[in-house]
Design a protein around this ligand. Sequence first.
Ligand code: ADP
Ligand SMILES: O=C(O)[C@@H](O)C(=O)COP(=O)(O)O
Length: 424
Amino acid sequence: MLLGVIADDFTGASDIANTLAKGLPGQGGLTTSQYMGIPDGDAAPEVEAAVISLKTRSVSVQEAVRQSLAALEWLKAQGCRQFVFKYCSTFDSTAKGNIGPVGEALARALAVKGVVACPAFPSAGRTIYQGHLFVHDRLLNESGMQHHPLTPMTDANIRRWLRLQTNTEVGLVPLNVVRAGADAIRAALQASAQENEILTIVDATCDDDLVAIGRACADAVLVTGGSGVALGLPANFIAKGLAKGRGQAFPGVAGPEAILAGSCSGATRGQIEIHARHHPVVAISVDEVMAGKIGPENLLPFFRDNRGKAPLAYSSGTPAEVAAAQERYGRAAVAERLDALFAGLAQRLVDDGVRRLIVAGGETSGAVAQALDLGDLVIGPEIDPGVPVLVSRRREIALALKSGNFGRPTFFADAMAVLEGKRP
Ligand SMILES: Nc1ncnc2c1ncn2[C@@H]1O[C@H](COP(=O)(O)OP(=O)(O)O)[C@@H](O)[C@H]1O
Ligand SMILES: O=C(O)[C@@H](O)C(=O)COP(=O)(O)O
């Protein structure tokens, strides 16, 4: 194995697995597998890149660090020469963590400083300039992310935000240095390390910037960021003759289908609204869930009755609805109960024969994927930027784990077709 990724959530893991499997146009990527948590045994010998999905974005700092270091140990034991800590392209974190503490702990474990911290993902509209994160034409804190149910992002200056989470100063490699190319980036990172800065925000506003950053990191032991930071990494291994740039075929999976949405992002709510125009959808009431009046068994008939019609169940609410529910029951309690509902529902759906499953929302996907005994996931074709088809050979299921913010407006119906091996 060449490259090991520690991802702080499950949709993020499939996002970066997609980037690594795809590689740069005309070059191909790495043979990539996604794992649900730290695997018990060794990876299959053909795996060149392993992505370990953790659910550490919203747990305590200590727990996030503990799990991330355990993942690092497994990846080291598989022989990886480079490690990536993958977090969200919208830098989802609180003033306490978990990006800073996990990034610093991994860097300390690997004895490195001046480590790239770059959440940029231009094809999804995330760019960084002078350490400020933009989502399309908006600063992060004006993009809707200030309303996120678990990690409200209230500062677009991610260098300043990250410094709240770290023990050491945070560096910056500005865009003019990035545009000067890989050698200039490498020199700036070395200078940052000499200043004892463990993590260094690196600007990037387009894919070429990310490719240059990737080239600068050819020999870096640790890289951190969104999936974009991995764009140039497979090419380094191919150039060194360590990987061949193979593609992975996907024949499609037929069978009953289900869509579950727990993300409250504007993008997901828009996709639900569009899906509802021509497909059966059912809203899950948070009040009824909290009162114990609705559980997985109540939702199962809806999916059975609507087989073949891409049925969708969602809890997704507007910022005002989310705020009201959190005030009434507490943020953690709502998240826990909804996670448990979606997890239990997914288990029953798969036991009932569902073979194509789409989940919207990182935490929600984590809860669902942990509940299903999926084994390792093979990375199939890209549905939309950051969202690949995932195939569980163990359970013969095709999945899509969609970040709340990702996907075209007609994502749900289109993705269902792709899971079946058809292009819409
Ligand atoms: N109606 C709601 N009110 C409050 N919280 C909700 C509601 N619906 C979902 N949630 C919670 O909001 C969080 C959404 O996070 P996540 O699934 O990661 O989506 P995203 O990918 O948009 O971040 C989850 O913890 C989920 O349980
Ligand atoms: O980097 C990204 O934006 C995604 O890969 C990601 O991490 C998604 O997180 P959620 O929005 O919580 O699904």
